[in-house]
Design a protein around this ligand. Structure first.
Ligand code: RIB
Length: 300
């Protein structure tokens, strides 16, 4: 039985590293490029698998070269492809990523491709996987009606649910009651609350506003500043681990995957957050997204 199911996308990340992220209208000479596995859902599933978790990844890809990359990636990371829908009439998605080599920060444009046509009917062929898992983790890269259907089913079947609300976009009120952990980064938290987070006080205010929507627990990840957690009673602020970041792409995914894994190990919330914080930080020390997810051996 899989303990954690992840719904999300696989895309090929085409990433360009250079002295800065170019401004609109500007051309710069970069110095490195890479094509590798990406997509928040796939990155999160890889993170869980590499930490030693039993994970199922539910997604849709095309029958093309990048679709082959998806299948090779899953195999390499020992993740079953039995919940992957392959559609010969759709293209596997891509993401264009610009990385600033000095700070490791990025800007991303994702074309999700095949999963943009994912339907509830297609998903229902894989719904038992969600029903049988202990933890269900997803993001906002597949159609919203499919996400809410899965969150609702997961909750009705006793799963702990995590919504990583990325990329930030409007969600209906109905979502809130099916979310246990809501894990925006600071930009996404600002989108949902209107509060620009510059210090701990802002983070607490934003977290309170999110909890008032009916979400049970919120974790706002703050990049190199760490994270803020609140469930309304307990509040935890953790500093980020000191690392030399070379590429922050997928750090949030490493964090979310590690959070799901740690929760499946029945650790306390604080232990889960400390662990995920460390895994997220470590992922920034390697280039790429899926390929940069840490292995459990990297943690010692
Ligand atoms: O979170 C990083 C990921 O977001 C990248 O791998 C990119 O593909 C986008 O989905």
């Amino acid at each position: 039985m899989c303990e954690i199911s992840v719904l999300g996308i696989f895309v090929a990340d085409i990433s360009f590293s250079g002295p800065k992220i170019p401004a609109i209208g500007e051309t710069i000479l970069g110095n490195k490029y890479n094509i590798g596995p990406g997509g928040k859902g796939c990155n999160q599933a890889i993170a869980i698998a590499r930490l030693g978790g039993k994970v199922s990844f539910i997604s849709k890809i095309g029958k093309d070269n990048y679709g082959d990359l998806a299948l090779i990636t899953l195999k390499k990371n020992k993740i079953s492809s039995s919940n992957i829908i392959q559609d010969e009439n759709s293209q596997t998605g891509v993401a264009g990523i610009l990385v600033d080599q000095n700070s490791g920060k990025n800007a991303i444009n994702v074309i999700t491709g095949a999963p943009s046509s994912l339907t509830i009917n297609e998903l229902d062929n894989h719904i038992d996987t969600i029903k049988k898992s202990k933890i269900f983790l997803t993001q906002l890269e597949v159609p919203k009606e499919v996400i809410i259907h899965c969150l609702k089913t997961a909750k009705e079947n006793g799963c702990i649910t995590i919504l990583n609300p990325a990329p930030a976009s409007e969600i209906s009120k109905e979502f809130y009651k099916y979310i246990d952990f809501f894990t925006p980064n600071e930009t996404e938290a600002e989108f949902y609350t209107g509060i620009k987070i510059t210090n701990d006080k802002d983070a607490k205010q934003a977290a309170d506003k999110i909890l008032n929507l009916g979400i049970k627990k919120v974790v706002i990840t703050l990049g190199e500043k760490g994270l803020f957690y609140s469930d309304g009673k307990e509040q935890i602020y953790l500093k980020a681990s000191a690392v030399k970041a070379i590429d922050t792409t997928g750090a949030g995914d490493a964090f979310n995957g590690a959070l799901a894994f740690a929760l499946s190990q029945k650790k306390t919330v604080e232990e889960c957050l400390r662990f995920a914080n460390r895994v997220g930080g470590l992922s920034t020390t390697k280039q790429g997204a899926g390929d940069a997810m840490p292995w459990s051996k990297d943690l010692f």
